[in-house]
Design a protein around this ligand. Sequence first.
Ligand code: SF4
Length: 397
Amino acid sequence: MRSTLGEAIEQTKASLLTYAQSHRHWAIAYSGGKDSSATVTIVAHLIETGQIPAPLSLTVLYADTRMEITPLQVAAMKVMEELRARDIDVRIVLPEMDDRFMVYILGRGVPPPKNRFRWCTSQIKIEPMMLALKELRERVGEKILMITGVRLGESAQRDARIVMSCSRDGAECGQGWFQEATPEAVADTLAPILHWRTCHVWAWLTAHCPDLGFPTLDIAIAYGGSDAEEVNARTGCVGCPLASKDNALQAVIRQPSWSYLAPLTRLKPLYKDLSFNHSNRLRKVAVELRKDGKAALNPQRVGPLTMEARLRGLDVVLGIQNEINAVAIRDKRPTVCLIDAEEEARIRFLIAENTWPRGWDGTEAEGDALIDRIFRDGTMQPLLADLVSIDLGGVTA
Ligand code: SF4
């Protein structure tokens, strides 16, 4: 028989009570998504009502990627305001400037992430959170209890995906990774809503939290409004290049009050163009030797974004941002911030300084240039045009 929300909350209480004895300092990893919103609010509520003892300190760490879908970001800000009003310490954690999503791509020239090159989850979510957690650990001088919103789903297949990482269907990108990555010395990790079903989460966020003063109704909008439970969309970065469709964004812009965010749908095609249109990238031409003296596996691989592609990408992103914000300001709606003024200045500086990722210096060939093919063993297959030229005794056909 399936448990009720009341029973699920009792189980959450029991797991928190167990750990409350052994850890005096707690932290909650908050992403603004439905599971972590349910987690921060249930923990705050249980403490406030005396159902679990308050720890010596409770810190909510919010990972600001700049790329979260707008209604979720807005809802997260409101929830954090409410938490602060209840004397809970809330901190916004940002990646280092050059590691931020847009700065990394457009300033440092690293192509957008994809399945076999997923640099983003750890860099913009996990690492900044781990750093903040380590700092907290040093400040309080003892091991932290790190509370996450990881939940097990209703199928083994989905559970495996949750544990692995950036899962689809209702999970938050990186939540499983964080659980896995937290080193034992810094924190013990507890997932007190592990057993909650999706319907428990929605019932809590939409039917109970608002009565308790938590502004969580907007969260449902990012997951499909009144159909949220059915849509159960995966949330994460807007335009995530790894997701096949931008379901969460589509659900959001179907709501009349958020339709002005439609220009965000241009992000995904931009990422695709930057990654897969090789004229936007450079390519190695010579055989490079690795440390072991062997040739690199893919000697003529395509690599970073050209300066022209980066500047064009910057124009597109700023154009999207300006277009949305003009309407937002006119209609008194929330604005978006994909790239702030400091990040734009940093991107332009890195471009002006001719910055390339490690192992590249900008002298490589353009990604779509026709070049002789070189294999790992050093042999070369000349271009067909060269062969024709040779056959004709040097006279080009
Ligand atoms: S949502 Fe997509 S782009 Fe964002 S961190 Fe996860 S995998 Fe990367």
